[in-house]
Design a protein around this ligand. Structure first.
Ligand SMILES: [Zn+2]
Length: 456
């Protein structure tokens, strides 16, 4: 992963203006610099890789810069250069994850007594500060309570809830946000141009999405993609690297659930995935994500950022969901969510167990989806009642005409319509009643008087 360091280092922002997204933090810090009222302790809180330590270093440079450029550091003077290269004695970076012992904080308390050597401020950047022990926090608190005027503390954390209230109350707190996919994509595009890397917009979108709001993670993944594809970056190859299932597979599974397929055909995709040795649990999770997209699209949401999908794929899902009822999508989601919980509860470890669960569940959902809803049954009964009364029903749509999930005599109704001259009408009517009874109640009628009264 050498190249990762190279890219991330080469493009690490050296000025506030180069930072993505964190405008409110930068605005507040810049104002404090302009008005010369910087505090003595800051806490930067937010997800990983969004610029907390980068902003801390730029701030450290700016307060110690010999010839600042407005609110920005010059990045040219001796102090700036030393801080950039990590050799400055006035800027001390501590990773609390590996220095959480009280001795380390005692050292810090001793060192705080010494003034900065070259610059105006001695800056302590404590990363992952939530990792400190209780004793270390107490020791740190003593320093925060009476800081010498030349001290600047910048604490950074991803878990603010683990930091004692006493520490929080001594700090100015800034919350950092995840960077949007669109901003990350634009940023990666600029880097690709500078690096002379050919990459299309869909691939950049996917890399940015994988970064999950983190500039560092996006860059890191971009490096992996470059290495994996040997520079020939394509959308498909990135998906392959991510180990993600193609969207076409999910489209097929969903379509199958609504089709008149044999059990064998229905579970075929699962067999293929299993034979390929792929991770079925991951499949269930990704399918849930896919169903979320279907449901959102059905509700009229087409925003790429929210859906996390490229335009071409959004179109594919739109075409699929056009023919599916919203309630049925919700029902599939519900079923798969239960399946996921079940797999978790049963502590399913191997993919063979997952395969069995998945296949049986698919069959169950398939049957459920192809059974008529109560509304459809009532509509059908009403239509057939009309038929018995001799009313023309050729314009009406019958559930039993588009579904074959329920075993039935396929051509019964049509036969009765077209061959009335050849078949005894009365006999045919009884046959139909029998058919309805069998379809909905699962038994054949034996006694005419037991036939329930049909709704009007
Ligand atoms: Zn400078």
């Amino acid at each position: 992963m050498n190249s990762y360091k190279v890219l991330a280092r080469r493009y690490r922002p050296q000025r506030f203006e180069e930072i993505l997204e964190q405008n409110h933090t930068i605005y507040a810090l810049e104002n404090a610099i302009k008005e010369n009222r910087l505090g003595s302790a800051y806490l930067f809180y937010g997800p990983r890789g969004v610029g907390k330590t980068t902003i801390a270093r730029i701030l450290a440079k700016r307060v110690n810069c010999f010839q600042p450029d407005g609110v920005e550091p010059c990045n040219q003077c001796e102090s700036c250069k030393e801080i950039t290269s990590g050799t400055s004695l006035d800027v001390i970076e501590i990773d609390a994850a590996s220095n959480r012992r009280i001795e380390d904080i005692r050292d810090l308390r001793e060192n705080v007594k010494f003034k900065p050597i070259k610059g105006n401020k001695k800056v302590y950047i404590i990363d992952e500060v939530h990792m400190l022990t209780k004793e270390s926090f107490n020791a740190l608190l003593k320093t925060l309570e009476e800081p010498p005027e030349y001290i600047l503390f910048i604490l950074a954390t991803t878990e603010i809830n683990k930091i004692p209230e006493t520490i929080l109350s001594r700090c100015q707190i800034f919350t950092f946000r995840k960077v949007s996919i669109q901003k990350l994509q634009n940023y990666l595009e600029q880097i690709a141009i500078k690096e002379n890397i050919k990459v299309d917009k869909n691939s950049l979108f996917l890399i940015a999405k994988k970064g999950d709001g983190s500039v560092r993670d996006s860059l890191s993944f971009f490096e992996q993609v470059i290495a994996y594809t040997k520079g020939e970056i394509t959308y498909e190859k990135i998906k392959e690297l991510m180990g993600s299932y193609p969207i076409d597979l999910f489209l097929k599974i969903t379509q199958n659930l609504f089709s008149n397929l044999s059990i064998e055909e229905l579970i075929l995709p699962i067999k293929e995935i299993f034979d390929f040795g792929s991770d079925l649990e991951k499949l269930i999770w990704e399918y849930l994500e896919f169903l979320r997209i279907c449901i959102l699209i059905k509700k009229g949401i087409h925003n790429k950022e929210i859906l996390g999908l490229i335009t071409e794929d959004i179109e594919k899902v739109k075409n699929l969901t056009n023919t599916i009822q919203y309630e049925k999508l919700l029902a599939i989601f519900e079923e798969f969510y239960q399946l996921k919980s079940k797999a978790y509860l049963l502590k399913i470890k191997n993919s063979y167990e997952a395969r069995i669960l998945l296949e049986v569940h698919l069959i169950k959902i398939h049957e459920k989806l192809n059974k008529p809803t109560l509304e459809e049954i009532i509509r059908e009964i009403n239509t057939l009642t009309k038929y018995f009364e001799g009313i023309d029903i050729s314009e009406e749509k019958l559930f039993s005409q588009n579904s074959q999930a329920i075993p039935r005599n396929k051509n019964l109704i049509f036969e009765s319509e077209t061959n009335t001259n050849n078949i005894n009408q009365e006999k045919n009517k009884m046959q139909l009643e029998d058919e309805i009874q069998n379809k909905f109640l699962g038994t054949y009628i034996t006694d005419d008087k037991q036939i329930p009264k049909l709704p009007e």
